[in-house]
Write a protein that binds this ligand. Sequence first.
Ligand code: NAP
Length: 305
Amino acid sequence: MKPISVAIVGATGLVGSTFIKVLEERKVPISSLTLFASHKTAGQTKLFNGELHKVRELNSESLETHFDAVLFSAGGQISKDYAYQAVASGSVVIDNSSAWRMDDHVPLIVPEVNASHLSKHQGLIANPNCSTIQSVVALAPIHQTYGLKRVVYTTYQAVSGSGYSGLNDLARAKNNESPEFYPVPIDRVVYPKIDDFLDNYVTKEEQKMINETKKILGDESISISATCVRVGIEHSHSVSIVCQTTKPFELADIIKLLKHAPSVKVYDHPLIPTVLDATGNDLVHIGRIRRDDSVENGLQIHGCQ
Ligand SMILES: NC(=O)c1ccc[n+]([C@@H]2O[C@H](COP(=O)([O-])OP(=O)(O)OC[C@H]3O[C@@H](n4cnc5c(N)ncnc54)[C@H](OP(=O)(O)O)[C@@H]3O)[C@@H](O)[C@H]2O)c1
């Protein structure tokens, strides 16, 4: 692969810092790395491939320069304001925020599931919500083989999903200090609300899982509901998936299918995957695979990533 020029918007955040780490770990050939953040952290330095890179303040001219790839991870508003400026400069944008995920012109990509849609991009590629990613990696082969009629998600999401604000609030709660980000001290707490409520009392996070799953699996007919729960742990999200397939299945065949699915590690009964297995690697850890006998063709699985 020819070395590419890369810019990261939100380079000092939890996700931006992880981008830098992963680019180095994966030995992505990079000809230049340019880092942007807000005025608050401009001037900080970040280590990449043994060299210090200065973080610049993002401004209206920053993305007039052409980069082969611009990775956005600075919140939805920054993506709305700047992503198409980068596209206009001929850069390919990969956006980690929710700003463009449901736009018809923007492919929403999980490489294990729909990498073929990448060729349809018009300069902007979106990355889904974190709990949606692990869920569709497991659901896609089941959907492909048996069809999905209904999916019910319940998530258990670590505070890292809220970036440094979440991690700092967990540390505050552990020190018996008042929260500054969550409405409650989050340590040892299960809080069944992530993001704002919509008019129907569903949260935005739950609606994202519903909409994004349908878009990635390319099937609007699946009935989906979700309950997204924040739990007072640092890293890795878990998800309970209860689903109903269109066609009947043998449980042994589902287990076989999941064992062959890319990026999936299956835990055979009675082994149980937990966030301890999931932290620090890229796999989706799946266990508790069983029938849901309350409905026809019912299946339940538990995942962590
Ligand atoms: N955390 C996750 O697991 C996760 C997963 C999926 C998607 N996301 C999405 O990724 C984005 C970032 O999340 P995060 O967890 O990394 O948050 P974070 O730790 O709070 O980091 C936010 C980053 O955005 C930058 N930023 C904020 N305002 C800016 C501005 N006006 N101009 C330029 N840069 C600005 C911050 O720079 P300063 O440090 O200078 O303020 C920081 O680098 C969000 O859209 C989030 O929804 C996060």
